[in-house]
Ligand binder design. Structure first.
Ligand SMILES: O=c1ccn([C@@H]2O[C@H](COP(=O)(O)OP(=O)(O)O[C@H]3O[C@H](CO)[C@@H](O)[C@H](O)[C@H]3O)[C@@H](O)[C@H]2O)c(=O)[nH]1
Ligand SMILES: [Mn+2]
Length: 714
C-alpha cells in the first residue's frame, strides 16, 4: 500500500518560458539602447517620457520572469493519510473566521462559512471554529447562537449523506437529492435565516440565561470602535452533542476590545488576538485563517493540508499550506477580472517552485508555532489543550489577551504573529516568514477548496485594488524592503517576486504615458514613433505581440482560462487599474507618507442588490456612483477616441506610415474603452456613467487639447 502523501513536478512550459525570456530580454535591451541613443543625440521631453515608460515596463517584465523561472505543480493523496497516522493522532485545527461589518458582510453569509467548516470531514473533537467580529455586532452574535443550534442538525446530516456543498445556502440552491430529513432541515435553515435577517429585537428569542446575559454587554456607550472584549462560547465539545449524540466541534465568538484612541491594526490585529485566545482555549497546532465570505467548497480540505503536516519526512521549515483564493458567482466574462487568475493560479505556481506561495489572506493553514511565540515547532509534539474552555481561569486570561493594551511593549505584529504596518498584512506576513527561512506550499486541487465573493461593481473593484496597492507600497518602502532586505535574506528570485508585486502601482507611469502622450501628439500632428517602413518598427511589433501573446498563452493555453475572459477583462482591467487604482494608490500613499492623511481599511461589500446583480449577470459594467476613480479612465477614453479620429484624418492625408504606431495605440484603447462609451452615451440604467463625470471628462480633454496646442506651437 502506498504511503505517499504528496508529490510535485515542474511544469512542462518551464523551458519554453526560459527560451522566450531570453529572446524577449534581448529585444528589450535593444529597445532601451535605441532609446538611449536618441536620448543622447536629441533629448526632448517626449523622448525622455518614452524612455521612462519603456524602462518601467522593462523593469516589471524582468521581475515578472522570476515567477516563470521554475513553476511547479503539486498533488496530494489524502486517501493515504490513514496509512501514515491514525485518526486519533490528527492534530487539532483551530479555524479563525474574520468579519468586520454586519452591513457589508451580512451575518447569514458568515454563518454559512462557519457551518461549512464546522461540518468538515474531520474528527469533531479536534475542530474549533473562532469568529472574530471586528464589527462588534450583537446581530452577528445572535446569528451565531442560531448557527450553534442549527449546526447540531446540519453536521450529522452532511456526514450521513456525504454532502459535498456544506454551506447550506449553496447546498439548497443547488437543488439537492432529497432524503427523508431534507425538507425539514431546509425549513429549519430558512427559518433561521429569516430570524437573523429580520432585524426584529431578538432577545425574546434567546432562551438560555447565559446567552441572554451575553447581550447585556452591549451597553448604550458600546460602539464598534470603542467597546470591551466580548467572548461567548457557543458550542463546547465537552458538553454539546448533535442530534444523533455525536460530539460537537467548539464554536467561539470573540469581539476584541476596541479603544477609539488606539490603532487596532485591522485584520492583522484581529488575527493576533485570535491566535492568543485560541492558544489559551484549544491551542490547536494547526490554524486555518478564513475571510467571512470564503466558505468551504470541499469537506476533505483539512486532510489535504494534513498531507504536508503529518508527513514524517516533511521539511521542518514548512510554515503554511496555502489554498489559492477562488471565487463563486463570477459572471461569464469576469468583467472586473475578479478571478485574479494570474496572481492566484499562475504566478503563485512560480513562487511555489522557489520558496513557496504567498499567503493570500484566506485559505492558509499555518503551523501555529510559526505565527506565535512558541519556539518548539512540530505539529506532532504539541498537545491539545485539555483545559475546560469554559473555566473561569481560561475566560479571564482570554479577556486579558484580547484587550487592546495587551500588545504594548511586546513583539506582536513586529516579530510575532501577523505583521502590522500595511493594509496587505497577508503578503507582508508571508514575506517576513519567507525572510525568516520558513517555506510554504500551494495546494491547488481541481475542485476549489474555498469559494468567496468578489466586488460586483467597478467602483468596488477599483477601490479594492487601490487598497492592496497602497498596502504594497507600505511594504516596499519599509525597513524590510523586499528589494534590499529581501534579496539578502531569501532566494533572490523569490524576493524579486515580492518586489514585483509591491511596486506594481508604478505600472501607472508607463500606462499613463502611453495612454496620453501618443494621443496628444497625434492630435497636434506630431509623429513620435518609428515609421512602419523603418527597422525599429519590427522591434516594437515583436515587443507588443510578444508580451500580449505570452500573456495569452499563460492565461488561456496553459492556464485553462477562457479567451473571452482574457481579452475582454483581464487585459482591460489591467489598463483600468493602471489608469486609476495604481496612480491613486501612489497618491494616497504619498499623502500619508507626508503625514497629510491616514488610511483606513475599506471593507469590500459582500451584498449585491437585485438591480446590481442583474447588471452583473448581464456582464454590463456598473459605474453608477460619482467616484474620482472613474475620472482618469473616462478622460483617457475620450482623448483616445478624439485622437483616433484625428489619426484617421492623417491617414487620408497619406501619412499612415509615420503615424501608424500612434493610431494603433489609440485604436487599441478605443476598442478597450467600449464599455465606457456605452456607459457615457448609450445606457439609461442606474449603472451608467454619471453625467457629471462624462461632462467633466470632455471638458478636461478640451483643456488638454488647447493647452497642448499652445505648448507645441511655441
Ligand atoms: O479591520 C478589519 C478589516 C477587515 N477584516 C476582515 O478582513 C477580511 C478581508 O476583507 P475584505 O474587505 O473582504 O478585503 P478583500 O480585499 O476582499 O481581501 C483580500 O485582501 C486582504 C488584504 O488587503 C486580505 O486580508 C484578504 O484575505 C483578501 O481576501 C474580511 O473577512 C474582513 O472582515 C477584519 O477582520 N478587520
Ligand atoms: Mn474579500
Amino acid at each position: 500500500m502506498s504511503t505517499q502523501l504528496h508529490s510535485s513536478k515542474p511544469l512542462s512550459k518551464k523551458y519554453l518560458n526560459r527560451i522566450f525570456s531570453l529572446f524577449y530580454t534581448l529585444a528589450v535591451s535593444l529597445l532601451l539602447l535605441r532609446h538611449g541613443h536618441s536620448l543622447i543625440h536629441s533629448p526632448t521631453p517626449i523622448s525622455v517620457a518614452l524612455y521612462l515608460a519603456d524602462f518601467v515596463f522593462a523593469f516589471f517584465w524582468l521581475t515578472s520572469q522570476c515567477f516563470h523561472w521554475n513553476p511547479i505543480e503539486r498533488k496530494v493523496f489524502p486517501q493515504n493519510i490513514k496509512q501514515v497516522v491514525e485518526e486519533s493522532e490528527y492534530p487539532a485545527i483551530d479555524v479563525v473566521i474574520c468579519t468586520a461589518d454586519p452591513i457589508k458582510e451580512p451575518p447569514v453569509g458568515v454563518v454559512n462559512t462557519a457551518l461549512s467548516v464546522l461540518a468538515y470531514e474531520y474528527p469533531t473533537e479536534k475542530l474549533s471554529v473562532y469568529i472574530s467580529d471586528d464589527g462588534g455586532s450583537e446581530t452577528t452574535l445572535y446569528a451565531f447562537m442560531e448557527c450553534a443550534m442549527f449546526a447540531k442538525h446540519w453536521i450529522p446530516y452532511c456526514k450521513k449523506h456525504g454532502v459535498v456543498d456544506r454551506a447550506p445556502e449553496v447546498y439548497f440552491a443547488n437543488d439537492p437529492t432529497s432524503y427523508p430529513e431534507t425538507d425539514e432541515i431546509k425549513l429549519m435553515y430558512k427559518n433561521m435565516k429569516s430570524r437573523i435577517e429580520s432585524g426584529d429585537p431578538f432577545l425574546d428569542r434567546v432562551t438560555t440565561p447565559e446567552f441572554r446575559d451575553a447581550f447585556s454587554q452591549w451597553t448604550p456607550d458600546f460602539t464598534r470602535r470603542h467597546h470591551p472584549t466580548v467572548i461567548q462560547i457557543l458550542l463546547d465539545n465537552n458538553d454539546d452533542k448533535d442530534v444523533e449524540g455525536g460530539v460537537m466541534p467548539n464554536l467561539i465568538y470573540v469581539s476584541r476590545e476596541k479603544d477609539s484612541h488606539k490603532p487596532h491594526n485591522f485584520k492583522a490585529g484581529a488575527l493576533n488576538v485570535m491566535l492568543r485566545v485560541s492558544g489559551l482555549m484549544t491551542n490547536g497546532p494547526v490554524v486555518l485563517v478564513l475571510d467571512c465570505d470564503m466558505y468551504s467548497n470541499d469537506p476533505e480540505t483539512p486532510l489535504r493540508a494534513l498531507c504536508y503536516f503529518v508527513d514524517p519526512d516533511a521539511d521542518p521549515k514548512l510554515g503554511f499550506v496555502q489554498f489559492p483564493q477562488r471565487f463563486s458567482g463570477i459572471n461569464k466574462n469576469d468583467i472586473y477580472a475578479s478571478e485574479f487568475k494570474p496572481e492566484t493560479q499562475i504566478l503563485s505556481l512560480g513562487m511555489d517552485g522557489l520558496l513557496g506561495a504567498q499567503f493570500m489572506g484566506t485559505g492558509g493553514f499555518f503551523k501555529r508555532c510559526v505565527i506565535s511565540d512558541d519556539l518548539t515547532c512540530s505539529v506532532a509534539t504539541i498537545q491539545i489543550n485539555s483545559k475546560l474552555i469554559r473555566s473561569n481561569d481560561v475566560l479571564v486570561s482570554a479577556h486579558k489577551v484580547a484587550s487592546c493594551n495587551y500588545e504594548d511593549h511586546t513583539k506582536w505584529g513586529s516579530e510575532i504573529g501577523f505583521r502590522y504596518g500595511t493594509l496587505t498584512e497577508d503578503t507582508y506576513t508571508s514575506f517576513r516568514l519567507h525572510c525568516e527561512g520558513w517555506k510554504s506550499v500551494l495546494c491547488n486541487p481541481k475542485r476549489a477548496a474555498f469559494l468567496g465573493g468578489s466586488p460586483s461593481n467597478l467602483n468596488d473593484a477599483l477601490t479594492q485594488a487601490k487598497r492592496w496597492y497602497m498596502g504594497y507600497l507600505e511594504i516596499f518602502f519599509n525597513k524590510y524592503c523586499p528589494l534590499i532586505y529581501g534579496v539578502r535574506s531569501m532566494k533572490p528570485l523569490q524576493a524579486l517576486c515580492y518586489t514585483h508585486y509591491t511596486l506594481r502601482s508604478f505600472w501607472s507611469i508607463p500606462i499613463i504615458i502611453y495612454g496620453f502622450l501618443p494621443q496628444i501628439t497625434l492630435i497636434n500632428s506630431i509623429p513620435i514613433f518609428t515609421k512602419v517602413s523603418e527597422d525599429g518598427f519590427l522591434l516594437y511589433a515583436f515587443l507588443f505581440l510578444g508580451a500580449y501573446g505570452k500573456d495569452f498563452l499563460d492565461f488561456v493555453v496553459f492556464g485553462g482560462g477562457s479567451s473571452r475572459r482574457w481579452w475582454k477583462n483581464h487585459q482591460r482591467m489591467w489598463l483600468m487599474w493602471g489608469l486609476s487604482s495604481y496612480p491613486f494608490a501612489l497618491l494616497e500613499w504619498s499623502l500619508k507618507s507626508f503625514g497629510l492623511s491616514t488610511f483606513g481599511f475599506n471593507v469590500t461589500s459582500k451584498v449585491v442588490d437585485e438591480e446590481g446583480n442583474r447588471l452583473y449577470e448581464q456582464g454590463v459594467v456598473e459605474f453608477g456612483v460619482e467616484s474620482v476613480l472613474f475620472y482618469p479612465i473616462s478622460v483617457a477614453s475620450v482623448i483616445n477616441l478624439w485622437s483616433f479620429v484625428k489619426g484617421v484624418m492623417e491617414v487620408m492625408k497619406g501619412r499612415l506610415d509615420e503615424f501608424f504606431v500612434q493610431i494603433f495605440i489609440c485604436g487599441f484603447v478605443v476598442v478597450n474603452s467600449w464599455p465606457i462609451y456605452e456607459g457615457m452615451v448609450l445606457r439609461k440604467d442606474r449603472g451608467k456613467m454619471p453625467l457629471k463625470v462624462s461632462l467633466a471628462s470632455i471638458g478636461i480633454v478640451m483643456a488638454i487639447c488647447l493647452l497642448s496646442s499652445l505648448v507645441f506651437a511655441s
